[in-house]
Design a protein around this ligand. Sequence first.
Ligand code: UD1
Length: 386
Amino acid sequence: AKNAAVAVIPAAIMADGICVIDNLPYIEDVRCLYTTLNKIGIECTYEDKHTLKIDSVNDICTKVTFDEVRKMRASYYLLGALLARFKKAEVAMPGGCNFGTRPIDLHLKGFRALGAQVEVNGEIVCVKAEKLKGASIYMDTVSVGATINIMLAATMAEGTTTIENAAKEPHIVDVANFLNMMGAKIKGAGTDVIKIVGVEHLHGAEYTIIPDQIEAGTYMIAAAITKGRVKVQNIIPTHMDSLSAKLIEIGINIEEGDDYITVDATDADFKATSIRTMAYPGLPTDLQPQMAALLSVCEGTSMITENVWEKRYQYIDELKKLGAKITVEGRVAIIEGVKELSGATVEATDLRAGAAMIIAALNARGETVIGEVKYIDRGYEEVENK
Ligand code: UD1
């Protein structure tokens, strides 16, 4: 899972031993982290395409410049990880997908609560502490990034930290499992209260990260829109529950096994439905654009309510070029289903928007040309081959 990988790799810096992380996607965000780690003095090597060995025993520079992390929003996890182990960090502000203000105030509020001094100088965030002390932290908004970042810092703080109103996404559990394997004492990840008893040292560990919920979901929706029958393997089916429920409502058959889901849309008459994006276990905002592509060809009027990102409809104009009928009012998109889409030249306006263009193009009559595929490469490995 991309979003697990971009947190687990920085977390590995916290060990004073060697970590080997397996099942990593070979994507731009991970390669960017690999380069960044090597630049700051960590020996990071690819054992194979999907396995990184991270050796942070030696001296490390705790300063990460804009050049290194420009393209990657999740550089913010380097703050929490470096602060935990070295009690200081200077990291350039996140890049990544642009769909609205993406503040990190909750991350910084959490670091302050743990006793760190925080300074923001233009695009650079500096954090430092004599020592970190456990605290009770209530999250005003449910935030995946802030939950993980505070968990990283608190792992090596003195005493106990409680994070209330924590996010519950599968990759939060994954990061906690990895930290616990390194010797951390974290309980409650995956619920809305996480308890962390700080430890002084973490040791190296070998870890296999979880499969990607959003990648799996993207292929499930692609199978549906082509009226195909596709088995998506090596996944955790329960992570897909919110999506499976919606596909069933649309009229698509879903069959679940231990580690696979078969999507069968061969006889489906697509019916319109409504979706609302929410934090886990709700329907992920990262599947919203792909679902919009599918809803564009469902009979009747569908409605999307986007509850997480204020500007996540930038791709709608591109979808309209392919013949979709959509109007947007604030957080709501209203979709009038058409029989089929038709090919056009479009752009990937961000990572998941790019995935939506591919899904729409698979349905569209004629040829579609998608530009700015660099966004898609940030999160999907060999999407064209798969
Ligand atoms: C992560 C995912 C991203 C996904 C998002 C929501 C990674 C690397 N990225 O992003 O793909 O779309 O979760 O599932 O895991 N907020 C604040 N202050 C903060 C932090 C967040 O107000 O300090 C708000 C945001 O504006 C947003 C909401 O909280 O409205 C959720 O954001 P958050 O869960 O933090 O998203 P990310 O961790 O950035």
